[in-house]
Design a protein around this ligand. Structure first.
Ligand SMILES: Nc1ncnc2c1ncn2[C@@H]1O[C@H](COP(=O)(O)OP(=O)(O)OP(=O)(O)O)[C@@H](O)[C@H]1O
Ligand SMILES: [Mg+2]
Length: 235
């Protein structure tokens, strides 16, 4: 039994259909990457998994319960936390206040606390009283990850956490993922950088135009297969 799975998942924005029968699974302790070009539906998939977009109850199962129709606050309380596209910090609040908001959503015992987040990202301890607006992009991304971890999630959904960051900062952020996994969270990471995705993920799903076009173990997928699944090019 998977920790989290989708079953013929669809999603719409008004008349526009963004997902067409997506089936994915996430096993306990696993890191799965979702790759695909702009507009493929990656963020939409994460929005559905986090309850921001509501689905049919049976389209999403978590801990063997049908949760597709549950609202976002309930999904978070059940243990699925999201690091959203664009970080979405509260700009007027300090680093520490932003982190504490994450703890508010769900109070369960687990490895993550302010101290643990500061140990994971030491620069945040130095900047704990700085407002979100005073931080670099990489520091903001660390706060966004820390805020999600403060709920001690069973599943962490990460939407393009490397976007727009310098390589050295991307390295710092990706270096934190093994610790996050050893803390017990399974990961779904959306990543446009295919090399990065293959490096950290156990399995990869490639999406195109709202459908999964390729899936498999990261170590088994050839560049050519990924290229074709990404762009729909005839091989
Ligand atoms: N709020 C919205 N209203 C209408 N259409 C939307 C909305 N959000 C996304 N879409 C459309 O849904 C499709 C999937 O978008 P989505 O943001 O999930 O793609 P993505 O794979 O995350 O792309 P990107 O790599 O650019 O972040 C796109 O065609 C997009 O234009
Ligand atoms: Mg997106």
């Amino acid at each position: 039994m998977s920790l989290l799975s989708t079953h013929g998942l669809t999603a719409h924005y008004g008349q526009f259909q963004a997902l067409f029968g997506v089936d994915i699974t996430l096993e306990p302790g696993e890191c799965v990457a979702i790759i695909g070009a702009n507009g493929a539906g990656k963020t939409t998939l994460l929005r559905a998994l986090s309850g921001i977009l509501r689905s049919d109850a049976d389209a999403i199962r978590f801990n063997n319960e049908a949760v597709g129709d549950r609202p976002a606050d309930e999904i978070l309380r059940r243990g699925i936390a999201m690091v959203p596209e664009g970080r979405k910090l509260f700009p007027s609040l300090s680093v520490e206040e932003n982190l504490l908001i994450g703890a508010h959503a769900r109070k369960v015992p687990g490895p993550w606390s302010l101290e643990a987040i500061y140990a994971l990202f030491p620069i945040l301890a130095e900047r704990r009283n700085s407002p979100g607006t005073a931080l670099s992009g990489g520091q903001q991304q660390m706060v966004a990850i820390g805020r999600a971890l403060m709920s001690n999630p069973a599943v962490l959904l990460c939407d393009e956490i490397s976007l727009g960051l310098a390589p050295v900062v991307i390295r710092d952020i990706y270096n934190a993922l093994p610790q996050i996994r050893s803390g017990g969270a399974a990961l779904i990471i959306v990543e446009q950088d295919i090399g990065q995705a293959l490096k950290v993920a156990d399995r990869v799903y490639c999406m195109m135009e709202g459908r999964v076009t390729l899936s498999g173990a990261a170590s088994d997928l050839s560049r050519e297969a990924i290229h074709n699944a990404y762009f729909g090019a005839a091989a």
